[in-house]
Design a protein around this ligand. Structure first.
Ligand SMILES: C[S@@+](CC[C@H](N)C(=O)[O-])C[C@H]1O[C@@H](n2cnc3c(N)ncnc32)[C@H](O)[C@@H]1O
Length: 275
């Protein structure tokens, strides 16, 4: 039978490894999380025990295993139109303001998880185009995540009833999805076409992604150390066009992390503008 115990030393080594790979800080007592998320990989990679797996992951001997372990340790909780206000602000303030510059608008969903955030942005853009014809010339959305399995789900764009039931109104479901069989629904091509997906570790360099007018970096910084948050935020400032905007998760703020942005109160919600 596969051993699923993990020693204090193994836990310490793994948490150090995880932080160095993707910035995620696990804290002192998340052994259960490591056990529950990595145990399936013991069988998948035909290893003898969780200890063997941790050794191989940390030594970096097996690249596929290392990537699978990091992927398994990411928390991918998400929903459609999460917190609502970011999408209202996008429709009512950001898109009209940036459209006034008469150039293509570029938006980045910097931790897209299974696609609900970038597709909610795309639906918001399509609704705005229908409400204000001619206002938006061209809008493109880049969605990135460190997790290969999440990017696969994004690209498939197929969601089950549980996922569809979280934050999506019946009207939006009717307008933007089609039947995919097995009780699932698929995002329609006109929504999908607006979004391109690519892998991006937020610890790495983003210059190749180009510059954006709006960045959503929501509910991912919470997993990082203050130093890492600061590094990511300053790099995001460099990835914004002049006057660009950054939107964080509802429980996240920039306090003590960067001075590159000014706070804009949107009632409801706070967003950040590049200084
Ligand atoms: C909780 S989800 C947030 C999804 C979405 N932004 C939202 O607010 O609903 C966090 C996402 O961050 C991704 N993530 C974690 N560490 C990352 C890193 N270093 N670089 C890029 N993405 C990362 C995870 O894979 C996960 O999909």
């Amino acid at each position: 039978m596969t051993a699923i115990t993990i020693s204090d030393q193994e836990y310490r080594d793994f948490t150090r490894f995880l932080e160095s790979q993707c910035g995620i800080v696990l804290g002192d007592s998340k052994q259960y999380l490591v056990r529950s998320r990595l145990s399936p990989l013991v069988t998948k990679f035909k290893l003898g025990s969780l200890s063997d797996l941790l050794k191989d992951v940390i030594s970096g001997r097996n690249r596929e295993l290392r990537l699978a372990a990091v992927d398994a340790m990411t928390t991918n909780e998400t929903l459609w139109f999460r917190d609502n206000y970011p999408f209202t602000v996008l429709a009512d303030k950001l898109l009209p303001e940036i459209a006034a510059n008469k150039r293509p608008i570029k938006i980045w969903s910097a931790a897209s998880s299974s696609g609900q955030e970038p597709y909610s942005m795309a639906m918001t853009v399509l609704e705005t185009q229908a409400r204000k014809p001619g206002m938006l010339s061209s809008v493109s959305i880049t969605a990135t995540d460190i997790s290969a399995s999440m990017l696969e789900q994004c690209r498939a764009g197929v969601y089950d009833n549980l996922a569809l039931g979280r934050g999506l109104s019946p009207e939006r479901k009717r307008t933007f999805f089609e039947d995919a069989g097995d009780g699932k629904m698929k995002i329609k091509d006109n929504v999908k076409r607006m979004v391109s997906f690519r892998p991006q570790n937020l610890m790495d360099n983003y210059t190749l992604l180009g510059k954006f007018d709006i960045i959503f970096c929501r509910n991912v910084l919470i997993y990082f150390s203050p130093e890492m948050k600061s590094k990511v935020l300053n790099q995001m400032a460099n990835s914004l066009n002049p006057g660009g905007y950054l939107l964080l998760g509802a429980s996240e703020s920039l306090t003590g992390l960067t001075d590159r942005f000014e706070m804009v109160r949107c009632n409801p919600g706070i967003i950040y503008k590049l200084k």
